[in-house]
Design a protein around this ligand. Structure first.
Ligand SMILES: N[C@@H](CCC(=O)N[C@@H](CS)C(=O)NCC(=O)O)C(=O)O
Length: 205
């Protein structure tokens, strides 16, 4: 299998974390986003969405990080991270959707403003995105405090949310003010799958 990716991408990191956790071998192919490689005719033909990550498994191509994670879980014998039982699975899906719609968007906005726009970054956009991210983290904190962990045991939802938080930290989100989220994040950071992925990626599965 091949994964078209970029080492700074949180969407790619969550897929790579799962590959490590499941012991799945995947060949990483870096896509030079800064040179617009993802908008070339060749890549657009391959990916359809023009985004990374893109998984290629034989003649099967799949974009969207969460769809890829669900596919990898489905083809793996190990179902621990995406439980088959309806309610547990629905719960994982809920937190995946929540990350896609509530936490990840403001973090991505801050990243684009700071990394791509640099001195042209719009401070009011960045400030508003920080407010939204903090509000989302408050929601996550309450959920974790209630004793209802975000996916039951460690699941795809943990990898997805942790990958977003890793980017948030990298772009100066600062120390997480939400104690329970911070403790949960520390636990995830201890996993080899977290340590072997991300911007400082030293090995590719
Ligand atoms: N919802 C998609 C988002 C993927 C995404 O936004 N990827 C970014 C890199 S982190 C990208 O390809 N950006 C290029 C662009 O927007 O032109 C997923 O979960 O895979």
């Amino acid at each position: 299998m091949k994964l078209y990716m970029h080492p700074f991408s949180q969407h790619c990191r969550r897929v790579l974390m799962l590959c490590h956790e499941l012991n799945l071998e995947v060949e990483c192919i870096a896509v030079a986003l800064d040179r617009g490689e993802h908008k070339t005719e060749d890549y657009m033909t391959l990916s359809r969405t023009g985004l990374i990550p893109l998984l290629v498994d034989g003649d099967f191509r799949l974009a969207e990080s969460h769809a890829i994670m669900k596919y990898l879980s489905a083809i793996s014998a190990d179902r621990a991270f995406y439980p088959a039982e309806a309610r547990r699975r629905a719960h994982v899906d809920m937190w995946l959707d929540w990350n896609h719609t509530r936490l990840n968007p403001p973090v991505q906005t801050i990243a684009i403003q700071q990394i791509m726009m640099k001195e042209k970054a719009d401070r009011s956009v960045v400030a508003a995105a920080h407010d939204q991210a903090r509000e989302a983290l408050g929601i996550l904190d309450r959920a974790l405090r209630s004793g209802e962990s975000i996916g039951g045991a460690t699941t795809l939802a943990d990898f997805s949310i942790a990958s977003t938080l890793a980017l948030y930290e990298l772009i100066g989100g600062g120390t997480l003010a939400q104690a329970v989220v911070a403790a949960w994040f520390q636990e995830i950071k201890r996993r080899p799958s977290f340590q072997k992925t991300g911007p400082a990626m030293t090995s590719q599965t």
